[in-house]
Write a protein that binds this ligand. Sequence first.
Ligand SMILES: Cc1cc2nc3c(=O)[nH]c(=O)nc-3n(C[C@H](O)[C@H](O)[C@H](O)COP(=O)(O)OP(=O)(O)OC[C@H]3O[C@@H](n4cnc5c(N)ncnc54)[C@H](O)[C@@H]3O)c2cc1C
Length: 404
Amino acid sequence: MSDIDVLVIGAGIHGVGVAQAAAAAGYSVLVLEKNGIAAGTSSKSSKLIHGGLRYLESAQFSLVRKSLKERSILCRLAPSIVKLQPFYIPIYKNTTRRPLHIRIGLSLYALLGGLRKENLFKSVRRKEVKKLDQLEQAELQKVYQYNDGQTNDVQLTKAVMSSAESLGAELYCPATVISVVKNDNGFNVTYQDDDKEQHIQAKIVVNAAGPWVNELHKLVDSNVDAEKTESLDVDLVQGTHIIIDTSAPSGIYYLEAADQRAVFVMPYEINGELKTMIGTTEKLFHGKADDVKPTTEEVDYLLSVYKSYFPKQKNITIVHQFAGLRVLPKDDGSMFSRPRDTVLHWAMPGLLTLYGGKLTAYRSTSESVIKKIKPFLDNRRRIAHTDQLYLSFTDLAETDMRVT
Ligand SMILES: Cc1cc2nc3c(=O)[nH]c(=O)nc-3n(C[C@H](O)[C@H](O)[C@H](O)COP(=O)(O)OP(=O)(O)OC[C@H]3O[C@@H](n4cnc5c(N)ncnc54)[C@H](O)[C@@H]3O)c2cc1C
């Protein structure tokens, strides 16, 4: 491949989403990934395809509405990978979010989701509450139940890449981008594969390198006068999950921790068995993105939340743990309430960088990327629409084989 329309750096959910949307719009696309599909943040998420009930508290209404719409699209397009689950919100005497607060939140959530049947919520009957996964019953006042989506983030990312490939996009992996040089025809991108350096010329470059986005900008140079890369100031915020050797709960528990943060307890499949996953945390990260890992403090925090709600569960053994990095706009405010929507930023004419965002909204984010880059590319005949492309995990073996 010598001269392509769109070169995407990173095969996380955003990189593969952009590849799919660009290929669907008729462009030639190449994705360069240094480690593997979903090797970065896209395998370290809470695996929820959700509007984000808690974002209502920070008034991120448009993000919630957009994400609920995307949830419904993904449930339709990827029924084997994205599934609705019952979510339970228990309210105790000392829970700060009171029943009225939760009712208002859930009503607004249902309204923003379009008042469909799956968006309705209810107060769980007393006798059903008693059967809920050994949930602490002392001082328990009420449990609300609503529905939201759960996925396997790796399977979803691979399925989207597979769909992009079926439209003509290509993926090179391992391929580590080591320099991006602007010239009169676009960009000359150099990457390292297993044993040598390779070059490729692209009209547009999309930087979807997740927590590595600003590191990537340091590799960019320009032969065109007076053009410099501009990065946005961001914080990397670490989030850890632990998986314990306790059989999976019957739904997803939305719990309030002692510091009032929301923590989820949810089913998680590991080695063919359904276990319990607990997450997540928010901890400012200062190191190199490659080095992120769970800290003892985070693991203790998650265990203490779990034990306070499920005190009857004894002999808890951690079988797996992982940490990922959110990319959030720099701000002095609490990490919990910072905007979670994606920011699309022209780091240099022709080089579009994606900051932050949600797994859930990858498709609409990718369509926004296409709108932004389209004016800089020749007209092409659209070959598909991403809201009509079925996503299936069974395509994966094929995708893996096609990774070069
Ligand atoms: C703890 C946590 C929980 C989350 N939970 C949810 C959730 O439940 N629901 C939800 O909707 N969202 C969630 N998110 C957000 C979501 O996971 C992320 O927005 C999303 O995964 C980011 O994907 P990405 O493609 O931008 O980045 P990444 O997945 O990190 O992909 C970037 C890729 O770029 C590659 N790369 C980097 N540098 C180079 C280079 N020089 N050359 C080639 N390749 C390179 C990396 O190897 C990596 O694969 C969560 C995030 C975190 C951190």
